[in-house]
Design a protein around this ligand. Structure first.
Ligand code: ZN
Length: 304
C-alpha cells in the first residue's frame, strides 16, 4: 500500500470524462506530457470518473482518441477511478482505525447554518459531528470527514513557488466519502497518485487550493508527497476558466498542428520550427521544455 518509490519520474494526466478535451485541458495534457518526457519519465493517463451524474457517455473514449490524435501517447493501461472502490475503502479503513475520521450526519442545510465562516471551498464545517457519540446518530448513511490540524501546510510549487494554507482555519474538516456513497476527489486522487507511483503532478491552478488537503492526506496515509506544478489557466474573453460550464469548444482535430503550436506558445516555448508531422513538434518541444514560471493565479485569455 505504502508507495516509497522515488526513482524515476512518473507523471500523469487525469481528466474527468465530463466532455471532450478543450484548449485548456490540452494545455495541461501537453505540459504534463512534455515534463515527463523531458525527464525520460513515464506518463500515465487516469480517468477521474467518480461522479457519474456529471459524466457524459463516450467522453472517456473520446478523450483518449484525441490524445492519440495529438501524438500524446501514454504508458501502461488507462486507470479508471470508478473501478478502484476497494483501494479507496482500504485507505478510509486505515484512517477509521486510527480515529482520524468521523461520520458526519449533517445535512447540507445544517452545515451551512452552523458554519464557522467561509473558507476557500465554501462554508467551513463547524465540527458538529466530531464529538457526536454513535448512539446519537440517526439511522442514515453518513459522510466521512477527516479531522484537520490548526497548523500551516506548506509546499513549494514548480510554477507558483511557495504556498501555504491552514486547513483548520481555511478549509475545515473535509469529506472523504460523501453521504451518497461517492468518493470525494481529494481521497481518490491521493490514493491513486500513491498507488500508481506518481511523483510529479502537473495540473491547472484551479487545483492549487486543494493541494494542502492532498498533502495532509498523503502524510496521514504514509505516502510520499509528489512534486507539484500548477499551470496558469486559460480563460475566455470574460475571464472565465475554459470548461464545459463555460462552453469551451471541443478541439477541432483538423487544426491539430495550429492548436499544438498555440499551446506551445502559451507554455513559453516560442515559435516551433516547420515540421512534416505533428509528432515532430512534440519531439522539438520535449527538448526545449522548461516549466513556465508565472505569478500566482495568472491567467491567459484566449478566444480559441
Ligand atoms: Zn456533521
Amino acid at each position: 500500500m505504502n508507495n516509497t518509490q522515488t526513482k524515476g519520474y512518473v507523471g500523469r494526466f487525469a481528466p474527468s470524462p465530463t466532455g471532450k478535451l478543450h484548449i485548456g485541458s490540452l494545455l495541461t495534457a501537453v505540459a504534463s506530457f512534455l515534463d515527463a518526457r523531458h525527464h525520460q519519465g513515464r506518463w500515465l493517463v487516469r480517468m477521474e470518473d467518480l461522479d457519474p451524474p456529471r459524466e457524459v457517455a463516450g467522453a472517456a473514449d473520446a478523450i483518449l482518441r484525441t490524445l492519440e490524435h495529438f501524438g500524446l501517447y501514454w504508458d501502461g493501461e488507462v486507470v479508471y477511478q470508478s473501478r478502484r472502490h476497494d483501494l479507496y475503502q482500504a485507505a478510509l479503513s486505515r484512517l477509521q482505525q486510527n480515529h482520524q475520521v468521523y461520520p458526519c450526519y449533517c445535512s447540507r442545510k445544517t452545515v451551512l447554518t452552523e458554519a464557522r465562516g467561509q473558507g476557500i471551498d465554501g462554508a467551513i464545517y463547524s465540527g458538529h459531528c466530531a464529538q457526536a457519540k454513535p448512539a446519537e446518530t440517526p439511522d442514515k448513511i453518513p459522510a466521512w470527514r477527516i479531522r484537520v490540524p490548526d497548523q500551516m501546510i506548506a509546499f513549494t510549487d514548480a510554477v507558483v513557488s511557495g504556498q501555504q494554507q491552514n486547513l483548520a482555519r481555511q478549509v475545515g474538516d473535509f469529506v472523504l466519502r460523501r453521504a451518497d456513497g461517492f468518493w470525494a476527489y481529494q481521497l481518490a486522487v491521493v490514493v491513486d497518485d500513491a498507488e500508481q507511483g506518481v511523483n510529479h503532478v502537473v495540473r491547472g491552478q484551479d487545483l492549487l487550493l486543494s493541494t494542502p488537503r492532498q498533502i495532509y492526506l498523503q502524510q496521514q496515509l504514509g505516502y510520499t508527497v509528489p512534486m507539484y506544478a500548477h499551470l496558469p489557466l486559460l480563460t475566455n474573453a470574460l475571464g472565465q476558466k475554459w470548461s464545459k460550464q463555460t462552453h469551451a469548444p471541443a478541439l477541432n482535430e483538423a487544426q491539430r498542428e495550429a492548436l499544438l503550436r498555440q499551446v506551445l506558445r502559451y507554455l513559453g516555448l516560442g515559435e516551433a520550427p516547420a515540421v512534416d508531422h505533428v509528432s515532430e513538434l512534440l519531439l522539438w518541444a520535449t527538448g526545449q521544455w522548461q516549466m513556465p514560471k508565472t505569478g500566482c493565479l495568472s491567467i491567459i485569455t484566449t478566444d480559441v
